[in-house]
Design a protein around this ligand. Sequence first.
Ligand code: ADP
Length: 248
Amino acid sequence: RDQRDPILSLEKINVSFDGFRALTDLSLQIGVGELRCIIGPNGAGKTTLMDVITGKTRPQSGSVTYDQRTDLTRLEPMAIAQAGIGRKFQKPTVFEALTVFENLEIAQKADKSVWTSLRARLSGEQHDRIDEMLTLLRLAAERHRPAGLLSHGQKQFLEIGMLLVQEPHLLLLDEPAAGMTDAETEYTAELFRSLAGKHSLMVVEHDMGFVETIADHVTVLHQGQVLAEGSLQQVQANEQVIEVYLGR
Ligand code: ADP
């Protein structure tokens, strides 16, 4: 597939909550293999946008097209996830009592039939993939530790891994570097850059330093609309963006 083809295309999305317009005629495209950052002040509509893509919130009007053919607004959240869209919320969610390895193993088999997963477990055929993932996440030394004993940042990495073993095409990540140490933030940036190309990523982020290190393309949301789009440098030079951020 052409890298410029859209993996996701939102057309004129409208969402209101009791008359309050959270998203207004919002149109947005994410290219295949792109790493896109979504920024914007609190209440801009970033979470609502993610909720619309994953089917958690139904827009009153507009369309969300995945991979140029699937209308996501007609699908249930489960079907959207199965179609290859993975989402990570801000707070890490891992099975604390299970080991790091088991967390990845469960995620990998999550939507497979019982028979397929039992057979795969017996043959150990998918364990190579988990071993690779442990190395990629810098968690190889922690594989047999209960996930509850990991640091906050390590839990974030583990959860990213739990998404990746499901081989998603599009990853939606909400402030992935929140609460991470500087070194962990740096490695997250490196990891995301290495994932882009094979995966498409949409990252909601407040930390401009982090945005600067990862994204080729930034979308600024404000009051439920796209205020500006372009490189971080371009959007930071935009008069309207400066007004919104500095409140002038
Ligand atoms: P962001 O993630 O950019 O901070 P949100 O998408 O969470 O913004 O919210 C956009 C606006 O919609 C906010 O003003 C918020 O109060 C409102 N909103 C979001 N979800 C709901 C809801 N379920 N009911 C009512 N208002 C909501």
